[in-house]
Structure formats: structure tokens, C-alpha cells
Design a protein around this ligand. Structure first.
Ligand code: DQA
Length: 143
């Protein structure tokens, strides 16, 4: 089983960016965490981060035929991007949306998600553990 884990804009700034909301751990720490979970679960994983919507679309498209499922934190594009929704629908791979923070408890503009319409689930407010939950959910779904 192979998963793609995608992180959207500004998630490369984890650790520096609004630590009261996103914590002090860095994007590198997140990558190590995901690698460790996937190693434990015997899942092959490729992680990507981009600040560019089109590049995220390209990565989702490239998952077709290569990955069995997608974990995606679309970050700010969650709330704006029909293109990411369409890309997820196009490849039709099982996908789970993750947010580090609890978007439902934040500004009203964060409470709507386009990509969620093409995802099995949206996991929010669990920090790094949300990625573990998403990986396990996909594993269960794919087995
Ligand atoms: C986020 C929540 C989004 O609203 C925000 O734009 C982000 C991060 C999260 O992980 O909590 O960049 O996706």
C-alpha cells in the first residue's frame, strides 16, 4: 500500500508560524512523525508540500496509478479551491482531509471546505495525531 501525504501553503513554516495555534514542532518534525507511523504500519509513503495551488493539483494528478490513497492538508486552499476538489474527484482515490487546528472553532471562513466534498473524512484539531488517524483510516479502508 502506498500513500501520498500532501501539505499546502505555509505548512512549511510550522514551528515559526502562529505557534499558539499550530504548535512549536516544525514541518521536518511532521515529516519524521509521518514516516514513523508509516514504517510502523508497513505503508509506503511519499510526502509533498507546496505553496502553489497548481502544483498541488499536479501532485494529486500524479498520484493516479502510483498511490492507493491521499492524505491532504490543503491549508488555506481548503476554503477556496474548487481546483483541488476537482483534482481529487478526477483521480477518484480514497482521500482524507486533515487540519492541525480545529477549523470549526475558528473564523467562519475556515468552516467551509471544498476538498472535503471528495474526502472520506475530515479530521481536525488533533495536531500531528490527525495525520496518524487519517493514515489508519485509509489503511482500514484499503484493506
Ligand atoms: C489548517 C487550517 C487552515 O484554515 C489554515 O489556512 C492553514 C492550516 C490547519 O492545519 O489547521 O493553513 O489547514
Amino acid at each position: 500500500m502506498k500513500l501520498y501525504v500532501l501539505n499546502g501553503p505555509n505548512l512549511n513554516m510550522l514551528g515559526v508560524r502562529e505557534p499558539d495555534i499550530y504548535g512549536r514542532q516544525t514541518y521536518g518534525d511532521l515529516l519524521s512523525y509521518i514516516q514513523q507511523i508509516c514504517q510502523r504500519e508497513q505503508i509506503e509513503v511519499e510526502c509533498f508540500q507546496s505553496n502553489h495551488e497548481g502544483e498541488l493539483v499536479d501532485i494529486i494528478q500524479s498520484a493516479y496509478g502510483k498511490a492507493d490513497g491521499i492524505v491532504i492538508n490543503p491549508a488555506a486552499y481548503t476554503h477556496t479551491s474548487v481546483a483541488l476538489l476537482d483534482a481529487l474527484k478526477a483521480v477518484a482515490l480514497p482521500a482524507v482531509e486533515v487540519h492541525l487546528s480545529d477549523v470549526s472553532e475558528r473564523e467562519s471562513f475556515r468552516q467551509f471546505s471544498y476538498p472535503a466534498m471528495a474526502c472520506l473524512a475530515q479530521i481536525k484539531g488533533l495536531g500531528f495525531q490527525g495525520y496518524e488517524k487519517a493514515i489508519l483510516l485509509l489503511k482500514e479502508r484499503l484493506n
